[in-house]
Design a protein around this ligand. Structure first.
Ligand SMILES: C[S@@+](CC[C@H](N)C(=O)[O-])C[C@H]1O[C@@H](n2cnc3c(N)ncnc32)[C@H](O)[C@@H]1O
Length: 386
């Protein structure tokens, strides 16, 4: 699947552009958690020298081409995405559709090269532009490497005056570099109190919650262990025992089989042995903060879950549109090595004013525009201002 628009470069033209970006030596930071202020195409072109094929997880939440200016204000409650008197520009989000798609595509090519063979990309986007992005992702990653399309409920219901349904969701497209090779830790989520009572309605003599399931399951075993007679009975027609007859005997001796008045056996399943729920592709519990410090700041718990799901403790993870650094916070709290990039000086300010981030990240300023690449290795924002 391919998408056509004006001024679409060939892949080799994009690679050539990346090769011609002014080079800086980022290898000296290879053991550090870093935030680089600069255009992410230039920065990622530099990262390629050392991090090609090495990054296990990339989360991006780029501008969505909303035709807005996103403003920042010291007065946190008023930090929303429209102009106010006391606010300053954090970033612009206005391009033609063609330019926007090419801007994203150039960066996706570099992201693809940076991802390790077990790596995953999470691309956060809204429903207005998402479908175009999905085609770009199919083109660059290959349709076969599509993993999920997440529906994320981003806010409480809103009363729009538009003649349309309210929009509460955005989407996250997930692609792996190589399908079936991607890190996926199958993180489970805990049941809430209502679900515990619903799914484990019985209480035993020790006060422990449990439920029961049939001793048999669909599918017949003709000559296997699970098709044998147990306690004088064969499994019902078209079914087999869930366990071998020896194991069923063992469960019975441990008191883990419940016998009804009519002598029908069922296996007991206890709440405290339940590993939690598999996460599905509709995320209801990760709404964005009501009082963000930075415009379009994302939900921290959602990013922590993504980090735990799709990377290991020794993984390097990247957000090249990192804004206020929510993904970096999530990564550091889970002991990952983090790399953040953003071109907005306001993002730098917010990140290096944050107690959690400022002492853990090294700041590199990358400025390619003046032909005069500058690296500043700093430990705090105050030091840079001085
Ligand atoms: C939607 S915001 C990200 C918000 C972030 N997820 C958070 O939780 O704070 C998008 C960010 O992309 C940055 N950005 C836009 N174009 C960029 C570019 N070419 N290089 C680096 N950063 C860019 C903007 O400055 C902005 O901070």
């Amino acid at each position: 699947m391919k998408i056509f628009y004006e001024n679409k470069k060939t892949l080799s033209e994009i690679i050539e552009l990346a090769k011609n970006v002014k080079k800086i030596d980022l290898n000296i930071f290879k053991n550090d958690n870093i935030f680089i202020e600069g255009d992410n195409f230039n920065v990622m072109s530099n990262l390629l020298d050392f991090y090609s094929n090495k990054i296990d997880l990339i989360y991006i939440d780029p501008p969505y081409n909303t035709m807005s200016d996103f403003m920042y204000s010291e007065n946190k409650i008023s930090t929303v995405s429209f102009s106010q008197e006391d606010s300053i520009l954090a970033y612009k989000d206005k391009m033609s559709l063609d330019d926007y798609l090419e801007f994203i595509r150039e960066r996706l090519v570099l992201i693809y090269l940076l991802l390790s063979d077990k790596g995953t990309l999470y691309f956060h986007i809204d429903i207005k532009i998402g479908h175009y992005i999905k085609i770009l992702l199919d083109e660059i990653f290959g349709k076969e490497n599509f993993v999920n399309d997440i529906t994320r409920v981003k806010s409480n219901p809103k009363n729009f005056s538009r003649r349309a349904y309210g929009n509460q969701k955005d989407v996250i497209y997930i692609y792996s570099k190589k399908i079936r090779n991607n890190i996926f830790n199958d993180i489970k989520i805990h049941l809430d109190e209502k679900e515990k009572i619903k799914l484990f309605p019985k209480i035993d003599e020790n006060g422990k919650r449990y439920t029961t399931v049939p001793c048999h399951a669909p599918g017949e075993t003709l000559c296997g262990e699970t098709g044998k007679q147990w306690k004088g009975e064969f499994p019902p027609k078209g079914r087999h025992w869930r366990y071998s007859v020896d194991e069923l005997d063992k469960l019975d001796s441990l008191g883990l089989i419940e016998w009804s008045k009519n002598k029908v056996p069922r296996i007991k399943k206890y709440l405290d042995e339940h590993s939690g729920k598999k996460i599905q592709d509709i995320w209801l519990d990760y709404k964005d903060p009501q009082y963000p410090i930075y415009p379009t700041e994302k939900n921290r718990q959602m990013l922590e879950m993504i980090v735990e799901q799709s990377s290991y403790e020794d993984s390097i993870i990247l957000d090249c549109f990192c804004g206020s650094g929510t993904f970096l916070k999530a990564g550091l709290s889970k002991n990952r090595k983090v790399i953040g990039i953003d071109k907005s000086p306001i993002a730098t300010k917010v990140i290096f004013e944050n107690e959690e981030l400022k002492n853990k990240l090294k700041l590199i300023k990358f400025c390619n525009s003046t032909n005069n690449t500058e690296i500043q290795k700093q430990f705090s924002f105050e030091e840079i201002q001085n």
